[in-house]
Design a protein around this ligand. Structure first.
Ligand SMILES: [Zn+2]
Length: 531
């Protein structure tokens, strides 16, 4: 998700009248230790069928959950916010008992070996307070007086719109079928491929399907009256992937430019991260009544077409960022929010690579320096194991997370660094159903590069807020002793001397550097250092 405007929003929060604070919703954050009852089964598939009632701001329907378990379950524990009413629960064609406590839905299977449960539910949709950061449903009316609905749930999980096993470690292994009915002429944009559209009694039903695993918060639907543009995108591996943009009718004249921006971003990401990860589905953005989110194969776009020229191409930072999550966040996906930085840090680094690709090294370094200036280094990038989404979410999973990747570029060198990034995003041990954690990334980089000494670098920058302290002592007429006085490992650092830029391995043991003039350590800014 995007983070740049968050501070501005927080500022507004202090300016709004007190009575509006009553709107601040419950904490629906997800993650943390997995519930032992939920650790007993694996979700294989969700088939969500909902009718959307824009006038009433309600949804009604059912979710069919297919699961597998090694043992017979006495209780099948799901999550669904208590605001929704559950009508009945059906297994093996029979209604079964269920109990609700808070946002937990316990189902008691009859003596069966069922691997499928249908939960019928519905009600008023929870309204997003500060989407996409504090999510829920956002209902708006567009300029042509049509309803326009967006859903965001990264911090809340799937339970705010469907019964599910709501934990970051749980993804439906065989994907999802998402079937939405809405009054004519509304369209419902969702994940995967649109395989069927049916009209009956003034209503339209859209059937979307995807066979890829997907995080609960990425399961998404946006309702509106949209203008659609589509092309076939030539992927780097030779495939032709359907590419769509859906924008409000009032913005139809901007759809083609948005498609161009999307194409440029997709090509750029493919160059650095490898082929687009969901070729059997699509590449798409839909205009949403909130800033943005990385919903798998249907990215939310609410940045008002504020394109900027970088080098010779037009770009949209929000669109580029959310699309980058298709690689880091959606294809490479964490099982514990403690490692949230893998989603946001690597994707934010992808934002900088756009500058490198289209603006060159100078534009890249300028962008990096502007972000570096704002890194306050307040909390470790990696949070404790079993963190919740709201605990692990903080600005430095973006800024410092990306900066650590930038440091790695210098540390290991471009010849290894760029292939390494792509290899990590392409390794089947770390992609799709194989969820990752920080240790997977740090181990991978060390094996790939053969640089086991990177462990000290990773421990310091990812898991602490300490920074290497630069010490320079003049030694004789033309010598300088340079060290990083507080670290227990060595790292390569650039030093500017009278002879030009030199690369030295620095540690707490001083290194003698010859120079006719005062030396400058890391003049370009590859590292976060205490100088
Ligand atoms: Zn993001």
């Amino acid at each position: 998700m995007p983070h740049y405007l968050q501070k501005i929003f927080l500022l507004f929060l202090f300016l709004i009248p007190g009575h509006l604070f009553s709107q601040i919703q419950k904490n629906w954050a997800w993650g943390g230790p997995i519930d032992p009852l939920q650790a007993k089964y694996q979700v294989m598939h969700y088939q969500l069928e909902l009718e959307i009632f824009p006038q009433e701001q309600e949804i009604h329907g059912k979710n069919k959950i297919t699961f597998q378990s090694r043992e017979k379950l006495d209780t099948l524990r799901l999550n669904l916010i208590e605001e929704f009413e559950v009508g009945k629960v059906v297994m093996d064609g029979k209604e079964v008992d269920f109990l609700r406590h808070g946002d937990i839905l316990d189902i008691f299977p009859i003596d069966c070996t069922c691997e499928e449960v249908e939960v019928f539910y519905g009600g008023k949709t929870p309204i997003a307070i500060r989407p996409p950061w504090t999510g829920g449903f956002t209902w708006e009316i567009d300029q042509l007086d049509n309803h326009w609905m967006g859903l965001s749930s990264q911090n809340e999980g799937g339970k705010i719109f469907m019964p599910c096993l709501d934990h970051p470690s749980s993804e439906p292994l065989n994907g999802v079928d998402l079937i939405f009915t809405a009054p004519k002429p509304y369209f419902v944009a969702s994940n995967g491929r649109l395989v069927d559209t049916r009209e009956s009694n003034g209503k339209v039903t859209y059937h979307w399907t995807s066979q890829y695993p997907i995080k609960n918060y990425n399961i998404n639907f946006t309702l509106g009256v949209f203008h659609e543009e589509s092309i076939l995108f030539p992927s780097v591996d030779g495939k032709e992937i359907p590419m769509f943009v859906y924008v409000l009718q009032e913005n139809r004249d901007k759809a083609k430019s948005l498609m161009d921006v999307l194409k440029t971003s997709a090509h750029t990401h493919e160059k650095y991260f490898g082929p687009y990860p969901f070729p059997d589905d699509k590449i798409a953005v839909v205009e949403t009544p909130y800033l943005g989110m990385e919903h798998q194969t249907i990215n939310a776009y609410g940045n008002n077409f504020q394109f900027e020229k970088i080098g010779n191409v037009w770009a949209d930072w929000l669109l580029h960022h959310e699309l980058g999550h298709e690689w880091f966040g959606n294809k490479v996906s964490v099982k514990d929010w403690a490692d949230f930085w893998i989603h946001e840090g690597l994707t934010a680094y992808g934002d900088w690579l756009f500058y490198l690709e289209h603006g060159g090294e100078e534009a890249y370094h300028k962008k990096v320096a502007s972000v570096k200036a704002g890194i306050r280094n307040l909390r470790p990038v990696v949070s404790p194991r079993n963190s919740t989404s709201d605990y692990a979410y903080h600005p430095e999973i973006y800024t410092k997370g990306a900066f650590i990747i930038h440091s790695l570029r210098f540390y290991i060198g471009d010849d290894l660094f760029f292939p390494m990034l792509k290899a990590f995003a392409s390794d089947e041990r770390f992609t799709y159903e194989n969820l990752v954690e920080t240790l997977d990334f740090t181990d991978f980089v060390q094996h790939y590069t053969g640089m086991t000494e990177l462990q000290g670098f990773f421990d310091l920058y990812l898991k602490s807020v300490r920074l290497p302290k630069v010490k320079i002592n003049k030694k004789g007429k033309k010598g300088y002793q340079v060290s990083l006085s507080n670290i227990d490992f060595t790292m390569p650092v650039e030093i500017k001397t009278s002879n030009g830029y030199e690369r030295h391995l620095l540690s707490k043991k001083p290194v003698l550097v010859r120079s006719d003039q005062a030396v400058e350590v890391d003049p370009i800014g590859w590292y976060l250092l205490e100088k």
